[in-house]
Design a protein around this ligand. Structure first.
Ligand code: ADP
Ligand code: MG
Length: 235
């Protein structure tokens, strides 16, 4: 999968939001670690794919009309066997149809469930004046309530990425509080730089979020990915 092909297909379908499956495939190719994710259009397919990506798995709604999947009951985590995948598939589709009756439903994303870690957000927005700008912060309430995020204009150098990681107010959480080990800042820095490179070489990409990326003592992995491309007339 290359970016041009995915962009072309999305435009042909009249959408600017790439699916989570498409976004993760492109990021994987760009060298960003992502949870293994595939699209299922039937329940049977979901069961086969769950065995392939490896239990435990997470199932999520895939719809160009639904950007915030949890808000509509479109995310089921911690599925440990075939039976729970079957139930979750049906429930997710029903929840989505119920919350957004006109939503186009592409299918369900089946993905490996990453272990719990420190959740961070790595993102990009396009500023009308500066162009692509990278964003970094802690995930969850830290970003939603405390707006503890930091920005740098693309392209980034290694130093920029390191500084971003060290200048958020919640930095102590990354350094390890109350006897917790520090997280792998090198893996976070690498992800920030890879995303910066990806957006710098792909100007059709206007917004990007890895929210969250799980970070561990050793390594990091994005479990959600969202990419918005330019409207055809802006490209
Ligand atoms: P939303 O569209 O609501 O942002 P997410 O894909 O971020 O949906 O899923 C909601 C939450 O579920 C995430 O913040 C994360 O805590 C958890 N989650 C999602 N996917 C995975 C996964 N593959 N492994 C582990 N946890 C996950
Ligand atoms: Mg998310």
């Amino acid at each position: 999968m290359n970016v041009q092909a995915v962009v072309k297909q999305a435009r042909a379908e009249g959408r600017t939001l790439l699916s989570e499956v498409e976004a993760k495939a492109l990021l994987f190719e760009a060298g960003v670690p992502v949870a293994r994710t595939v699209l299922a259009t039937t329940e049977e397919e979901a069961r086969t794919q769950a065995a392939q990506v490896g239990y435990p798995v997470v199932l999520k709604i895939v719809s160009p009309d639904i950007a915030h999947k949890s808000d509509v009951g479109g995310v089921k985590v911690g599925l440990k066997d075939k039976a729970s995948v079957t139930g979750a598939f049906e429930e997710i589709i029903a929840n989505a149809k119920n919350a957004v009756p006109d939503a186009r439903i592409t299918g369900v994303a089946v993905q490996h469930m990453a272990p719990a870690g420190t959740e961070v957000i790595v993102g990009m927005t396009t500023d009308p004046q500066f162009g692509p700008v990278m964003m970094f912060g802690l995930g969850g309430i830290m970003v939603e309530v405390l707006k503890d995020v930091t920005f740098r204009v693309v392209p980034l150098e290694e130093r920029d990425a390191s500084q971003m990681i060290d200048e958020i107010r919640g930095k102590a959480i990354l350094d390890g509080v109350r006897g917790q080990p520090p997280v792998d800042k090198g893996a976070v820095k690498d992800a920030i730089l890879k995303v910066s490179e990806f957006v710098a070489t792909n100007p059709d990409v206007r917004e990007l979020d890895l929210n969250p990326m799980m970070v561990y003592e050793d390594g990091a992995i994005a479990v959600d990915a969202r990419i918005v491309i330019a409207e055809p007339q802006e490209a």
